[in-house]
Design a protein around this ligand. Structure first.
Ligand SMILES: [Zn+2]
Length: 494
């Protein structure tokens, strides 16, 4: 668990010189000033030896000590360019959500072991921001301090996840995000009947043809009576299949185009380093799976309308429940993802994105095999669960309180999630020894209950959890490192 990337005898001398406890990987000298992250009784702070103009802080002896404020994060970002997120392109990538804002050092330690995988360290949806009481800027700054602490100097991304409105986009552009996940799920029409006999023509006529810059006849001409070769298979649309794809996804495509154009026209975040962005389109949170034909249709239409995107998240077959393994038929999943991946190569190339991607161990080898590196694995709440595992290890009494409260909240909090945990199957905490509590994080029902109640748990216990993890931060990084290694190794280039 020790991390020996950057410490040098000089860095250790810095501790003697300043009398501070320093995160040795953070130490960096730029233009004659030395910057580092220190740990004091009042918490973490940025230390600067040398010129500290532009930073808010207090001079103590030969060091300026600066609180971890947004203004100091912005000033440091200007000095150390590797603290700015950037687009990652088609490289295999992994998103690491961090609801507490303290997990990035653990993420860095895991990602460092796999040279071919680019990390997205800042990633949060508007829904998660609302539940955790954080802003896009705070999420970005928390990631920055973690990256600085560990001395990560390679490219990393920042994902403004599940954006639904242009106002969401503006907030995240202002905070410097580079990866924008457009979620047009509210505009997907799941009610379109799957039976070929019930072609909903009135819906088809009512599509927003002007926004799609299209007409029903042109659309028919582009798809009907044609054979589309996609590597080893051929796609053909009959009238019913085409109308179904258009009715289900037409409005979602129009919305994505509007969001993309808004984003492309947004002014740069910083006059000195400009803006460059990449886009993901995700329909993963919709009710019915995206068929291979529908995926082909979506990608073809987005291309026609001039959208550029780096990854796409269809709604795959089976169930991607929070915090647990894939639920579904692996043979069917493999047959589908093989075709989805072929479409992504032929109509892109772009990456297939796997949302709710944590803990889906049974599909990782399948996904890795078929995507051939064109894949983005998105995990969101798992780092929070690993925080609770750490609490269970070091403060069992607090963990018992959290679990009791999560059980109480579950019937209500589960409403916005697809989960199948049952409270009757959660082992009774009072019958368990302290030593067995961390194991509850590996029990299906307990894990899901803790996963979906995070907002309630943070409201009541957030402060206590953060204080415990501040004392035991190395233990937290160790469980995170272990957890993410298991997620990333199936995607590593062997
Ligand atoms: Zn998602």
């Amino acid at each position: 668990m020790t991390n020996t990337q950057y410490p040098t005898p000089n860095n250790q001398k810095l501790e003697q010189l300043t009398g501070l406890t320093i995160y040795l990987n953070s130490v960096v000298e730029v233009d004659g000033s030395t910057y580092f992250l220190a740990r004091t009784d009042e918490g973490k702070c940025l230390g600067i030896m040398g010129h500290a103009a532009g930073f808010e802080g207090e001079r103590r002896g030969n060091v300026t000590l600066c609180p971890l404020t947004a203004a100091n994060a912005a000033a440091l970002r200007e000095k150390l360019p590797w603290l700015r997120p950037q687009p990652l392109g088609l490289q295999t990538s992994a998103g690491c959500g961090d609801r507490l804002g303290i997990a990035t050092p653990g993420h860095v330690r895991a990602v460092r072991q796999f040279s071919g995988i680019a990390p997205i360290f800042a990633q949060q949806s508007m829904r998660e921001n609302a539940r955790t009481g954080r802003t896009p800027q705070q999420v970005m700054d928390d990631a920055l301090w973690g990256i600085f602490q560990e001395g990560w100097r390679q490219p990393w991304g920042a994902d403004a996840d599940h954006l639904k409105t242009t106002e969401d986009i503006d907030l995240c552009v202002a905070a410097g995000y580079t990866f924008f996940t457009i979620d047009p799920g509210d505009h997907v029409d799941n009610a379109v009947p799957s039976s070929k006999l019930q072609t909903p023509n009135s819906k088809f006529i009512a599509l927003p043809w002007d926004k799609l810059e299209d007409t029903p006849d042109d659309l028919r001409r582009r798809y009907l009576g044609r054979r589309f070769e996609v590597e080893t298979f051929t796609l053909e649309f009959d009238e019913a299949a085409l109308l179904r794809a258009a009715c289900k996804y037409g409005r979602a495509i129009a919305h994505t185009v509007r969001m993309y154009r808004h984003l492309a026209a947004a002014p740069p975040t910083s006059p000195t380093w400009g803006r460059d962005f990449e886009l993901e389109m995700s329909v993963d949170e919709t009710e019915t799976p995206t068929s291979v034909e529908e995926h082909f249709f979506i990608a073809s239409e987005l291309r026609r309308l001039g959208v550029h995107w780096v990854s796409l998240a269809p709604r795959y077959v089976g169930h991607f429940e929070k915090g647990v393994d894939y639920i579904g038929d692996l043979t069917e999943f493999e047959a589908e993802i093989a075709k989805h991946a072929a479409i992504a190569r032929v109509l892109g190339p772009y990456k297939l994105s796997i949302h709710s991607g944590s803990d889906k161990f049974s599909i990782y080898p399948i996904v890795a095999r078929h995507t051939r590196g064109l894949v983005h694995l998105k995990t969101a709440g798992t780092s929070f669960l690993e925080a609770l595992r750490t609490v269970a290890q070091v403060e069992p009494a607090l963990f018992r309180g959290i679990l009791d409260y999560a059980i109480e909240r579950y019937p209500e909090d589960r409403a916005t999630y697809h989960v199948s945990a049952q409270l009757s199957r959660v082992p009774a905490p009072e019958t368990m020894s302290d030593a067995d509590l961390p194991g509850l994080l590996d029990q299906f029902d307990a894990r899901q209950v803790l996963h979906v109640t995070f907002g309630s748990v943070l409201d009541r216990f957030g402060g206590e959890i953060l204080s415990v993890l501040a004392v035991h931060e190395q233990a937290y990084y160790a469980v995170l490192e272990d957890h993410f290694e298991k997620h990333l190794s199936p995607f590593a280039v062997k």
